[in-house]
Design a binder for this molecule. Structure first.
Ligand SMILES: NC(=O)c1ccc[n+]([C@@H]2O[C@H](COP(=O)([O-])OP(=O)(O)OC[C@H]3O[C@@H](n4cnc5c(N)ncnc54)[C@H](OP(=O)(O)O)[C@@H]3O)[C@@H](O)[C@H]2O)c1
Length: 268
């Protein structure tokens, strides 16, 4: 496997690093010897994680307490990164809305679209320009297996992830001539704060560990434009592409997500 620190640069920026897949990325990239900038809203979580990583791996870690939905969020990121070279950008922070579409306010939907689409776009513009000048870099966009289909009860969320997947594929081609590797990471169900209140026990696949998800991405970066962690999820994507129509996929997910939605309503 390639030496991440040499191939991409000494520092990685991870958004949404205070929990779940983002935290797992922090651990995995620390094992590559990369210095880290951890961004999220919860300062206490970031500080505790930074201390743990510095002690265990002897790397430099900075934290940025930032709400990525605030208009001026890039200023906070810029001031934390001005004197270092960000070789790897992990656009991980994201939000899921699981609800009936017409029960979700347009304000909530807009916020999700901003966090899942607009924020990664702003960060990609800012950092890819610097990577192009250096002739090297990497960008990992965290999408989802739900990017492959219309998903009832998470229709807008799945659409944001489809945007990330398709955009990553285009950028993978465009930016590789500048030495930049782009990857869409498409996890299936993963244990994290996003899923902890939700009951997926009727789903055909188990929730994955965030560490395996991050590890899959690190291994795939530079080799392909997109990756789906876990053989069950890979099988799901294969079946959905080759043996089912788009409507069949949507009906299946309508049933599966519908059950999770109903259980959520009953629990609240
Ligand atoms: N879990 C799954 O089953 C699954 C499956 C496919 C894809 N994904 C994707 O994986 C990514 C990570 O999610 P996760 O599962 O690890 O969930 P998570 O544990 O809830 O992590 C979400 C992260 O995003 C940060 N965040 C949320 N809103 C933010 C904001 N306004 N400003 C700054 N940071 C914000 C959170 O930190 P703070 O609260 O501290 O700000 C947290 O660190 C998301 O893009 C998600 O869509 C998850």
């Amino acid at each position: 496997m390639k030496n991440f620190k040499n191939s991409y640069g000494p520092w990685a920026l991870i958004t949404g690093a205070s929990s779940g897949i983002g935290e797992a990325f922090a651990f995995r990239l620390a094992t590559e010897g990369m210095n880290l900038i951890l961004a999220a809203r919860r300062k206490d979580k970031l500080t505790a994680l930074a201390q743990k990583l510095e002690t265990k791996f002897g790397i430099d870690v900075r934290t940025v307490e930032v709400d990525l939905l605030k208009k001026d969020f890039l200023e906070s990121i810029k001031s934390a990164t001005a004197d270092v070279q960000i070789g790897l950008l992990v656009n991980n922070a994201g939000q899921l809305i699981l609800n009936q579409y017409m029960n979700t306010s347009i304000e909530d939907e807009s916020r999700m679209i901003d966090l899942n689409i607009k924020t990664p776009a702003i960060l990609t513009h800012h950092f890819a320009e610097k990577m192009i000048r250096r002739g090297k870099g990497g960008i990992i966009n965290v999408a989802s297996v739900l990017a492959y289909m219309g998903v009832p009860y998470s229709a807008a969320y799945a659409a944001t992830k489809a945007y990330e997947l398709v955009k990553s594929e285009g950028l993978w081609y465009e930016l590789r001539k500048h030495g930049i590797d782009v990857l869409s990471l498409n996890p299936g169900l993963t244990k994290s704060e996003m899923t902890k209140e939700l009951d997926f026990s009727h789903m055909p696949m188990k929730l994955m560990n965030p560490a395996s998800v991050a590890n899959t991405a690190v291994k795939a970066l530079g080799k392909k434009s997109q990756v789906t962690p876990g053989w069950m999820n890979k099988m799901l994507v294969f079946m959905s592409k080759h043996f089912m129509t788009r409507n069949m996929n949507t009906k299946m997910f309508g049933m599966l997500m519908g059950k999770t939605y109903t259980k959520l309503q009953q629990a609240n």
